[in-house]
Ligand binder design. Structure first.
Ligand code: PMP
Length: 363
C-alpha cells in the first residue's frame, strides 16, 4: 500500500499514526469488546474518551477557564446561523469580508439579525486584509465576525484584531475552521471561535465551538434546542447524541499534536512548509500567488499557472506522482495546495520538486 500526498482543502490529510491507531482499535477499543462507533455516548468508555479529548484540546490551545468547549454538529455553515441565533438577540452584527467564507457568514446572519459589512476586500479580489483601523463597526454591534483563514482565497489573519483598541466592546467571533490548531490563539481578543473539524482536527461531522461563558444563555426563542449553547454546555455537549466517532478521532489527533510538541511546534513546522512553497512560487516564471505577502495563508496556498492552457497537464503530472487534489476551488480557478498540520514537510518538498520539474518542461 502506498499513501499519496493529499493536498485537499477538506476533508483533508490525517496523521498516518492516528489512522493506524484507529485501525488497530477498530474492533475492540481498549478491551471493551466494542468499536467506539458502537458505544453509548453515555457509557463510561465514551465519557472517558470525550473528557480526555476536551482536556487535551484545552491544554493544546491554552483555552482559559472562562471559555467553554462545545462539540457540536452542522459544520461551519450551520454556525453561520447558530452564532447569530445565540449572540445577536436580533440586533445588529458586523462582518469583515475577506473571502468566500466570511461572505457566506454575513449573508446567512441576515436571516436572524441586521447583518452589516464593516469592511470588505472584495474590490481587490480578496487578496488583502482591510486594516482594522478602517473597519466601520456600529456602536450597537452585538458582535464582529471575521474568518481568520479564508480557505478558498488563501488569506490569513496573522494577528487577531484587538477590538478594544478600536474602541469596540463587542465580542469578536472567529471562524477558524481551516487553521485551528495550526498556531496559538490570543483568547484575550476572542469572544467565540468555531470551526469544522475536517481540516486540522479530524473527520467531518464534528464542529468545535469555544465560547466565553458570559456569552452563553442569550439564545433567541426560536433557536433550535440542540443549537442553544446553554443547553449544549449544560449537558457537556450531550444534549443530543454527539458525533462520537469524530470526537474519538479528533481526540487521537490531539494526542498526536501533544506527542509532536504541541501547537508551538506545529506552528514552526507550518511556517517552514509555507515558506518552502511560497518561495518556490515567487521564484518561478510560471506560477503566481496573488495574495499580499503580509496575509498569505500558511494552510491554503492558491496559485495559478501563467499559461492556464497547461492546467490539465499540470494536474495529470501531479497525480502520476501521487500529489493529489491540487485543483483550485471552482470559484477562483487555478490550483490550490492545502498544507494542514498533518501534511509532512516531505509532502511539500515533493510538490516543490514537481513544480520545478514541470516548469522546466515548459521552458
Ligand atoms: N468556514 C471555512 C473557513 C471553511 O473553510 C469551510 C469549509 N471549507 C466552512 C466554513 C464550511 O464548513 P462546513 O462545510 O463544515 O459547513
Amino acid at each position: 500500500m502506498s499513501r499519496a500526498f493529499n493536498f485537499s482543502a477538506g476533508p483533508a490529510v490525517m496523521p498516518e499514526e492516528v489512522l493506524q491507531q484507529a485501525a488497530a482499535e477498530m474492533l475492540d477499543w481498549h478491551g471493551s469488546g466494542m468499536s467506539v462507533m458502537e458505544m453509548s455516548h453515555r457509557g463510561k468508555e465514551f465519557i472517558s474518551i470525550y473528557e480526555q479529548a476536551e482536556s487535551d484540546l484545552r491544554e493544546l490551545l491554552a483555552v482559559p477557564a472562562n471559555f467553554k468547549i462545545l462539540f457540536m454538529q452542522g459544520g461551519g455553515l450551520a454556525e453561520n446561523a447558530i452564532v447569530p441565533m445565540n449572540l445577536s438577540q436580533g440586533g445588529a452584527v458586523d462582518f469583515v469580508l475577506t473571502g468566500s467564507w466570511s461572505q457566506k457568514s454575513q449573508k446567512e446572519a441576515g436571516k436572524y439579525a441586521t447583518s452589516r459589512v464593516a469592511a470588505s476586500a472584495q474590490a481587490d479580489g480578496f487578496t488583502s486584509l482591510p486594516s482594522p483601523a478602517s473597519w466601520h463597526i456600529g456602536a450597537d454591534s452585538r458582535y464582529v465576525h471575521i474568518c481568520s483563514n479564508e480557505t478558498i482565497h488563501g488569506v490569513e489573519f496573522h494577528e487577531l484584531p484587538d477590538l478594544k483598541a478600536l474602541g469596540c466592546d463587542a465580542p469578536l467571533v472567529v471562524d477558524f475552521s481551516s487553521h485551528v490548531a495550526s498556531r496559538p490563539v490570543d483568547w484575550s481578543r476572542v469572544g467565540l471561535a468555531f470551526g469544522g473539524a475536517q481540516k486540522n482536527l479530524g473527520p467531518a461531522g464534528l464542529t468545535l465551538v469555544i465560547v466565553r461563558e458570559d456569552l452563553i444563555g442569550r439564545a433567541m426563542p426560536h433557536c433550535p434546542s440542540a443549537f442553544d449553547y446553554k443547553l449544549v454546555n449544560d449537558n457537556q455537549s450531550m444534549y443530543n447524541t454527539p458525533p462520537t466517532y469524530s470526537i474519538y478521532i479528533a481526540g487521537l489527533v490531539f494526542q498526536w499534536l501533544k506527542k509532536h510538541g504541541g501547537i508551538a511546534a506545529m506552528e514552526q513546522r507550518n511556517i517552514a512548509k509555507a515558506q518552502l512553497l511560497y518561495d518556490c512560487l515567487d521564484n518561478s516564471a510560471l506560477y503566481v500567488n496573488k495574495v499580499d505577502k503580509a496575509c498569505r495563508s500558511r494552510m491554503n496556498v492558491p496559485f495559478f499557472l501563467l499559461d492556464e492552457s497547461r492546467n490539465d497537464a499540470f494536474l495529470a503530472g501531479a497525480k502520476a506522482r501521487g500529489l493529489l487534489q491540487l485543483k483550485g476551488h471552482k470559484s477562483v480557478g487555478g490550483m490550490r495546495a492545502s498544507i494542514y498540520n498533518a501534511m509532512p514537510l516531505a509532502g511539500v518538498q515533493a510538490l516543490v520538486d514537481y513544480l520545478r520539474e514541470f516548469e522546466k518542461t515548459q521552458a
